[in-house]
Design a protein around this ligand. Structure first.
Ligand code: TK8
Length: 351
């Protein structure tokens, strides 16, 4: 009985939100200052957590340009950045409810909706961006995207967050010993949490939207993100040390609400899918160029850079292996084996 009442209230909530969602789509434009007078056009409200300087937002503007041009304005895209619509998890929930149409979270928080995504949080899984592209855009990566449909979500493409590096305000990190007791923010993902505990840190899961303040107030000593995010979000203002741990390659997933996607014509579905893939390739290119130059800019802003030695990286890999073994069953043995095999094949083909 309780379940039926829960279901009925959820259906009622979705209907109410969908109704008010339509009524206010003319009311507000996005951050891009675009024309919000949508008339009878379908409106995509697209929100991300990073700011408008990040390649992810430039990729979203590219998606907007392609979709509005290819549909001759029959689909309008309103873009929002800097967590204006919420954080990765709350925006993903908004897509499930039908009150937002697009968001582009990291795969780590997405694992709370589809556990298989945690396979991409296995430390040191991808040796390079090239191998990551092949695995994510290939059969295995696309197969994991399909699992989103059971959550009223459609994964249209993988974009790139990038190789994650640790920063902190206490001391340089050169070996595993330097992690001892460090209060590190992690994304909301149990594998990340357990991996940093194994390295000796004192990790805290936290939404990205709360991170800057937490570092500013000393609630956490450090965090981990790609150089482009560390620089463009001005983390150098509240962090002193950066190391090239490169401990995880983070993909983004271009997500669309399934109820919105199912309401599109076949032609419109192809347009949004192709636009997400094309804008994703553009975003990956910008992101790679960005990451190379931003480490230098972080040092120009006064951050102290420390190289992790190959021996230290091997020590970290060994330390987190029990965590990987523990999560294999949660992620799914078959999925983990398939991804490892795809990585090996991709590595072979890129030699
Ligand atoms: C931005 C996040 C961010 C991620 C994190 O919404 O949470 O640290 O790396 O890019 O998705």
């Amino acid at each position: 009985m309780k379940k039926i009442l829960m279901l009925l209230s959820t259906v009622l909530l979705i209907a109410m939100l969908a109704a008010c969602g339509n009524s206010d789509s003319d009311a507000s434009g996005g951050s891009d200052g675009g024309d919000s007078s949508s008339g009878d056009a379908k409106v995509i409200k697209a929100g991300i957590g990073l700011n408008d300087k990040h390649p992810q937002y430039k990729g979203l503007l590219k998606f907007k340009e392609i979709v509005e041009e290819k549909t001759d304005g029959k689909i309008k895209v309103e873009t929002y950045h800097s967590g204006q619509l919420g954080d990765d998890r709350s925006m993903t929930e908004a897509l499930q409810l039908g009150t937002q149409e697009v968001t582009i979270p990291s795969t780590a928080p997405l694992a709370n909706f589809v556990p298989e995504f945690s396979v991409f949080d296995i430390p040191f899984l991808f040796p390079s961006e090239e191998v990551a592209d092949k695995v994510l855009d290939g059969k295995v990566g696309q197969g994991i995207l399909k699992k989103l449909e059971s959550q009223n979500l459609v994964g249209l493409a993988y974009w790139e967050n990038g190789f994650r590096d640790v920063t902190n305000s206490k001391h340089p990190i050169k070996t595993m010993d330097d992690f001892q007791g460090l209060k590190l923010r992690t994304m909301e993902n149990d594998l990340h949490l357990d991996a940093f505990k194994k390295l000796g840190a004192n990790p805290t899961p936290m939404a990205f939207t709360e991170l800057f303040t937490a570092m500013q107030q000393g609630t956490v000593d450090g965090q981990e993100n790609p150089y482009a995010t560390i620089y463009l979000q001005k983390f150098y203002e509240v962090q002193k040390y950066v190391s090239n741990t490169h401990h995880i390659y983070s993909p983004f997933v271009f997500l669309m609400s399934k109820s919105f996607y199912d309401g599109l014509t076949d032609e419109q579905q192809k347009i949004v899918k192709d636009a997400a893939v094309e804008a994703g390739k553009y975003e990956r290119k910008l992101n790679r160029e960005a990451n190379e130059k931003y480490l230098k800019k972080l040092q120009d802003e006064g951050m102290k850079y420390t190289e992790i030695t190959p021996e230290a990286r091997e020590e970290m890999k060994k330390a987190v292996q029990p965590v990987i073994d523990k999560y294999k069953s949660e992620i799914g043995e078959e999925t983990v084996e398939k991804v490892y095999k795809a990585v090996e094949e991709a590595e072979e083909s890129t030699k």
